[in-house]
Design a protein around this ligand. Structure first.
Ligand code: DX5
Ligand code: ZN
Length: 224
C-alpha cells in the first residue's frame, strides 16, 4: 500500500497539532514539512522550531517526520533539522554545490536521506548518489507553492527513476509531491510512486481532513 504524507504547508498553522493528528488518525503515516527560504524558491515558510514542536506529536501518533528542504545549500542546516527531530531530510540536487557530501552529512547525523529534483532537471543528475538515499522525490510541480497543477509529464519521470533504482538494486521509496489529488493519484502509483505528498487535497480538500485522507486510501484500494 502506498504511504500518504500530508504536507502541512496547506494546514492551518494556528491548529497544526490537531490537523496533523486528524490526518494521522485517518491513516496518513508521514507528515511532510516543506521548508522554503525565499532564495531557492520564492516563498518563505518554516524552520527547525516547527519541526521541534511537531516531534512529540509525531512520537505520540507514530507518524514519520519527512522534511523537504527547498533552501540554498541545505548542508548548512542538516544539524539543526536533525537535532529538531526530523526522521528524513530530503535535499534538492540544484541547491547543493556538494550534493554527495550533503547526503553523507545527513546520514552521519543519524537521519534518513532523500534527494529530489525540479521538473526541469534531468533525472540523470541523480545517478551518482542513488546508493546514498532511501528516497527519491520526483517533484510533480515546480517547488515553491502549494495548490499548483500537476505537471502531466511527471509519470514518465517517475517510471525512469524507478527503473534507475531497480538497475542499481535499490528499493528506495519514490515519492511524488505537488498537485496530487484522489483523482490523479492512480497515475503516479501506476508509474511506480509509493509515497504520495498532498497538501491542498488533504487540508483544503472537498471534505474534512479525515474524509480527504480516506478519499486517497479509497483511490488506491481500488487499484489492482
Ligand atoms: C511544493 C511543496 C509541496 C506542496 C504540495 O513546493 O513541496 O509539498 O506543498 O502541495 P499541494 O498538494 O497543494 O500541491
Ligand atoms: Zn514538499
Amino acid at each position: 500500500m502506498p504511504i500518504l504524507a500530508p504536507s502541512i504547508l496547506a494546514a492551518d498553522f494556528a491548529n497544526l497539532e490537531s490537523h496533523c493528528r486528524e490526518a494521522v488518525e485517518a491513516g496518513a503515516e508521514w507528515i511532510h514539512v516543506d521548508v522554503m527560504d525565499g532564495h531557492f524558491v520564492p516563498n518563505i515558510t518554516i524552520g527547525p522550531p516547527v519541526v521541534r514542536s511537531l516531534r512529540p506529536v509525531a512520537d505520540d501518533t507514530g507518524a514519520f517526520l519527512d522534511v523537504h528542504l527547498m533552501i540554498e545549500e541545505p548542508g548548512r542546516y542538516v544539524k539543526a533539522f536533525a537535532d529538531a527531530g526530523a526522521d528524513r531530510i530530503t535535499v534538492h540536487v540544484e541547491a547543493c554545490t556538494h550534493l554527495h557530501r550533503t547526503l553523507q552529512s545527513i546520514r552521519e547525523a543519524g537521519v534518513r536521506a532523500g534527494v529530489t529534483l525540479n521538473p526541469g532537471t534531468p533525472v540523470s543528475s541523480l545517478e551518482p548518489v542513488l546508493h546514498l538515499v532511501d528516497l527519491v522525490l520526483v517533484m510533480t510541480v515546480n517547488p515553491g507553492f502549494g495548490g499548483q497543477a500537476f505537471i502531466p509529464e511527471s509519470p514518465d519521470r517517475i517510471r525512469t527513476v524507478r527503473s534507475m533504482l531497480d538497475a542499481v538494486g535499490s528499493n528506495a521509496h519514490v515519492q511524488v509531491d505537488g498537485g496530487i489529488t484522489p483523482d490523479n493519484v492512480s497515475a503516479v502509483i501506476d508509474a511506480g510512486a509509493d509515497v504520495v505528498v498532498a497538501g491542498s487535497a488533504v487540508f483544503r480538500g472537498r471534505g474534512t481532513v479525515d474524509e480527504n485522507v480516506r478519499a486517497f486510501r479509497r483511490a488506491w484500494s481500488q487499484l489492482a
